[in-house]
Design a protein around this ligand. Structure first.
Ligand code: FPP
Length: 243
């Protein structure tokens, strides 16, 4: 039976987060440039986005560019930024067809003007859609996000808008960029690396982790369905005991 048909629609993860890794290694294996690896990664982005939307996932967060990625060779950074602008332009139809709302988290202020403008424009065009939320993490790192939240909390305390006695987990979450996004139920990482790499550290406290050895450019819809099925066979206890 088709993997897709085995998925239990009553036990879907609400939020799936993905660390898309292995573009560089894929390119090396193919004797291509790293940039070609990222370009082929766009096919996997489209496949996973469509697979998630078709399955009925409410939130899909993709780690597209980390704060640390700025330290890659300038040429690769430029190519990734161009790819982002081009992909946003070329994929708008896919987003509309699948009723997807595009959103972004990360330090968007440091993105090149053209990328930011394109992103804001595309987010605007999709804002009235009612289907899945596709959240792009761009110039994102979890420690940056947490430190930024702490700074804003300190600011509000200083301005006497916030009573320090009221600071608890819920309030802290409300200062994060994911304030209106539920914590991920499932985190997928490709390319056989077993790391979190500064992604959504606060939010993944009870997230199920799924690792696949496949490199990101090779990922297709079936791989996404496989991850969902694996998730559905797990027992989530959130620190409690089984019933
Ligand atoms: C990790 O592979 C991947 C990235 C740093 C970039 C991800 C970007 C894309 C898939 C393309 C564009 C995305 C969107 C949302 C349009 P790596 O370079 O770290 O691979 P390696 O570990 O094998 O070197």
């Amino acid at each position: 039976m088709d993997l897709r048909e085995q998925i239990d629609k009553e036990k879907l993860p609400v939020h799936v987060a993905v660390i898309m890794d292995g573009n560089g290694r894929w390119a090396r294996q193919q004797g291509k440039s790293r940039v070609a690896g990222h370009q082929h990664g766009v096919t996997a982005v489209r496949e996973v986005t469509e697979a998630a939307a078709e399955t009925g996932i409410r939130f899909l967060t993709l780690f597209a560019f980390s704060t640390e990625n700025w330290q890659r060779p300038q040429e690769e950074v430029n190519a990734l930024m161009t790819l982002l602008v081009n992909t946003l332009e070329s994929e708008i139809e896919t987003l509309m067809k699948n009723n997807i709302v595009l959103r972004a988290i990360g330090n968007l202020e440091v993105l090149p003007e053209e990328v930011r403008e394109n992103l804001l424009k595309t987010m605007g065009k999709t804002s009235a859609n009612t289907g899945m939320n596709l959240v792009l993490a761009l110039s994102y790192s979890a420690r940056w996000e947490i430190a930024h939240a702490a700074g804003q909390i300190a600011h509000d305390v200083k301005e006497e808008k916030l009573d320090p006695g009221k600071i608890n987990e819920k309030l802290f979450s409300d200062y994060l960029q994911t304030r209106d996004i539920p914590d991920p139920d499932l985190l997928i990482r490709t390319s056989g690396e077993y790391r979190i790499s500064n992604f959504l550290l606060w939010q993944i406290a009870y997230t199920e982790l799924y690792f696949t050895p496949k490199l990101w450019p090779d990922i297709r819809k079936e791989d996404f369905f496989q991850a969902i099925l694996d998730y559905q066979h797990r027992e989530r206890r959130f620190g409690r005991v089984s019933e």
